[in-house]
Write a protein that binds this ligand. Sequence first.
Ligand SMILES: Cc1ncc(COP(=O)(O)O)c(C=O)c1O
Length: 401
Amino acid sequence: MALLADHLKRVKPSATIAVSDKARALKAAGRNVIGLGAGEPDFDTPDNIKEAAIKAIQSGKASKYTAVDGMPELKEAIVRKFKRENGLDYKASQINVGAGGKQVLYNAFMATLNPGDEVIIPAPYWVSYPDMVLLAGGTPVEVVATMQTGFKITAAQLEQAITPKTKWFLLNSPSNPSGAAYTHAELKALTDVLVRHPHVYVMTDDMYEHLTYDDFKFFTPAQVEPSLYERTLTINGCSKAYCMTGWRIGFAGGPEPLIKAMAMIQSQSTTNPAAVSQWAAVEALNGPKDFIPKHNKIFKERRDLVVSMLNQANGLKCPTPEGAFYVYPSCAGTIGKTAPSGKKLAGDEDFVTELLETEGVAVVQGTAFGLGPAFRISYATKTEDLEEACRRIQRFCGNLK
Ligand SMILES: Cc1ncc(COP(=O)(O)O)c(C=O)c1O
């Protein structure tokens, strides 16, 4: 009898982790490698958040299990966050707190998907979405948003993708990997479609809510179309805006029966997220937020630098995204050309491999996110390194024959 379960055959390891591993191996071999693959801010967790955690440890508040899906103090802080920042009214009983946004998404899929249930996922998408859906027994339905529509799907595309088997429409704005964020009008066009299909639930991953630039105004679907509130799961977390990827706190607000089911999944897998991290999250959500615009000013400068330098590289085309800390240039103009090693670039995977091997710059191929030929750059990296990496990309593209 085979040791490993059949459901493992449905999923693949994360492409972003594969690139990081390769870059690490080259670094260990003494190469000068600049990694632009990581999806986390390079800034440290703010001091007030760290201090709240230290205090919780010292006072013994972090020693014991808490309620499975979040302690009351944190749920209250999340209730206030949804009201203050999104105009959404949730009760504490409508909140799930998990070990990162990833666990919250996983809880939701495990709690709701039956075999054959479809989840509409706009591409390019965060690598984990289709695999999570597959692991939970569902069927991912990809809807491709091209550069021409700013990497955003249209109402007509959404309408066309909905079938009687559609369980969820999954939205991620601002997006990992494209940085694209939907305006109020663009969201309204999508929510108008959803209003006409009452069997479709809405899962919105708002993880990059606070990371938008140029006066972009963020909205979430249940805020744009209040009639969707009853069938929307609004997911967010502390990882990105609060520079807390290592702390592992994500959360969601949604219908009580769903939240209860998600808590049950969590109670049989991990129990509560680390108590110390929950106390840190209370401070993050209730405390001062002045560091966010400071970080965003730096992110915006980096975004503009990277977009400008990439658009000067032969064969690349890079739109300016509204948010997150990613850009998603097309490398269509380089496909079919030959790299200095003699390798002909057949697709974006070759582009990324040759770029890493000849110039020591690690990026992730677009096909991993469901739309190529393109690649993702994370600009959550020191500005000097970004500048040097872009110079190397320009040189690499210039040397293609
Ligand atoms: C779009 C998106 N959703 C969710 C997550 C998961 O975040 P967390 O680290 O809180 O699990 C990420 C992390 O990269 C992400 O990019």
